[in-house]
Design a protein around this ligand. Structure first.
Ligand code: SF4
Length: 188
């Protein structure tokens, strides 16, 4: 579904704080919509382009907690909403927040508004998850085709040693969300 105002972001979910989606404590924004169809994708609920929740980049950043050091953008496919992504990244940089972005594209495929995002990204993890190339020992990614691109001097690869591979969040309504780079079995 086409969004009338392209600077708005169709959001799947927002985690206010996470320690397994990049260095330190990060707000994680999952974009809604992806047509890449990677086999074994961890987040199939993010594939539909139906409107889930439209947010302005300013509203997303205004809702941040004080103790986060940056944002991580995942999906879905962030570069399939490039105008909203660019505004979000510029806003984060103005607030001195770091930015980590996950994409199914390879960096060489990004052009136009997508490549204009790159100067505002500190670390780009590229390549869609491939089940056949799954490797559980990798830092911050799930399969060996995915690459970590350090695009600024704000982080090094060593910063991606995180306290765990997976995190379970239970919100105030009792909704349980699992995030990270592994899967665990949740029992009722
Ligand atoms: S690009 Fe990402 S969200 Fe899209 S299918 Fe591949 S792994 Fe899933």
């Amino acid at each position: 579904m086409k969004i009338a105002d392209a600077s708005l972001i169709n959001v799947h979910a927002i985690l206010p704080a996470s320690r397994v989606n990049g260095p330190g404590n990060r707000m994680v924004i999952f974009f809604q919509g992806c047509s890449r169809g990677c086999a074994g994708c961890f987040n199939p609920d993010t594939h539909s382009f139906e409107i889930r929740r439209l947010c302005s980049p300013q509203d997303i950043l205004s809702a941040r907690r004080n103790n986060i050091e940056g944002i991580t953008v995942s999906g879905g496919e962030p570069f399939m909403q490039p105008i909203g992504l660019l505004k979000l990244l510029k806003g984060a940089r103005e607030l001195n927040l770091t930015s980590v972005v996950y994409t199914g594209f390879r960096i060489e495929e990004l052009d136009g508004t997508c490549s204009a995002c790159l100067p505002f990204i500190d670390v780009l993890v590229d390549g869609g998850y491939e089940d056949a190339l799954r490797e559980t020992t990798l830092l911050a990614r799930g399969s060996t085709n995915q690459r970590i691109h350090i695009l600024s001097g704000r982080y090094s690869e060593a910063d991606f040693y995180m306290p765990g591979k997976v995190e379970v969040v239970i919100d105030s309504n009792g909704v349980v969300t699992e995030t990270g780079f592994s899967r665990i079995e949740l029992r009722n």
